[in-house]
Design a protein around this ligand. Structure first.
Ligand SMILES: Nc1ncnc2c1ncn2[C@@H]1O[C@H](COP(=O)(O)OP(=O)(O)OP(=O)(O)O)[C@@H](O)[C@H]1O
Ligand SMILES: [Mg+2]
Length: 318
């Protein structure tokens, strides 16, 4: 059994926390080389943009393992550059003040990524091949998603004629991301960058979708973050956009069981849907208002959630 990890306090500079990950600055590997970042995936889980007080034991390791497998897949197919430099926790030994000890580093094994530090482009790059979530809500209301017109008569869970790119704003902690159309994304990040991000997002989504299909899974949609390398005095030649953060995990993607896919309603999924259903029950009973702090989670919800994440990892790369 893994030891639960809700947060870290390492003797490294620049600590900051996302909903799931703790980040620290690392020195460049050599003078003039790219700035580096330590990303530790904790066992925190968020739902409705609220971080729960209970850890999903082992989730950080599962997310890290999945992201690393997918980053390697993406690089080996030449689809995009990724921010992943290393996942070797022993490289942390001796860094920081006081220096990180071997036993401290070992506890982080399997949870960390050493990444190229990037300036994140503040657009969530979403690809959808199927209609669900906020895409489905928008389609049901307006017949389009993020300004992309879709054929009439689609049902919830239907496969789209072609995967579509549906950007969203990247909001600060506690605020909900907002779906926007392509032109608005261009207004934020620039048209040239957005055109490249759209092409990268769709080509990674298509390749990952086809791979997942060989494992009996439907990758219904996914979200990427991209950034520009920061801190290198000798720039790397070629494309300066890097895929950052995590890749194709159940936190950033909808995975369905292909054998149970049945358009026309909600699909059983491997993401946080199980947790969300439990929380919706609490809310319906007047026991939680979907604001921070979240409720402590019962053991069966923790275990059920962990098992779903584990199942995705096993099916994809087991
Ligand atoms: N290579 C990188 N350089 C700089 N920042 C990065 C890099 N990779 C990821 N990040 C940032 O690190 C943070 C990771 O934290 P976490 O995954 O907990 O994210 P979050 O933004 O709170 O939640 P969510 O991903 O659900 O929107 C994010 O703010 C992400 O933008
Ligand atoms: Mg994130």
């Amino acid at each position: 059994m893994d030891t639960p990890l809700l947060e870290t306090d390492l003797p490294l500079p620049g600590r900051r926390q996302g909903k799931v990950r703790d980040l620290y600055d690392l020195p460049a590997a050599a003078p003039g080389e790219a700035g580096r970042l330590l990303i530790v995936a904790t066992d925190r889980i968020s739902a409705f943009d609220v971080v729960m007080p209970s850890p999903i034991v082992g989730k950080g390791r599962l997310l890290t393992a999945l992201s690393i497998e997918w980053f390697r897949f993406i690089e080996s197919k030449g689809l995009a550059r990724t921010h992943l430099l290393s996942s070797e926790a022993h490289e942390l030994i001796g860094l920081g003040a006081p220096p990180i000890r071997r036993d401290q580093a070992e506890r982080l094994e399997g949870r960390i990524m050493i990444a190229r530090r990037c300036r994140i482009i503040p657009i969530e790059c979403v690809a959808r091949g199927y209609l669900d979530g906020s895409g489905w809500s928008e389609y049901a209301r307006a017949g389009s998603v993020c300004g992309v017109k879709l054929p009439p008569g689609l049902r919830r869970g239907d496969r789209l004629p072609e995967p579509i790119f549906t950007p969203a704003t990247k909001e600060e902690l506690g605020r909900h991301d907002e779906n926007i159309d392509f032109d608005r994304a261009c207004g934020i990040a620039g048209r040239d960058v957005m055109e490249r991000l759209r092409a990268l997002t769709l080509s990674i989504y298509k390749a990952a979708h086809d791979y997942a299909a060989t494992r009996g899974l439907i990758l219904a949609d996914t979200k990427f973050e991209f950034g520009r390398a920061e801190g290198a005095t000798t720039p790397t030649p070629g494309d300066d956009l890097y895929l950052c953060d995590e890749a194709l995990t159940p936190d950033s993607s909808r995975y369905w069981d292909a054998s149970k896919w049945h358009p026309g309603g909600e699909q059983p999924s491997f993401d946080k849907q199980f947790l969300r259903e439990y929380l919706n029950g609490l809310t319906a009973a007047g026991n939680w208002n979907k604001q921070s702090p979240g409720p402590a989670l019962p053991e069966e919800v923790i275990e059920g959630t962990r098992a779903r994440y584990e199942e995705v990892r096993r099916r994809l790369f087991g």
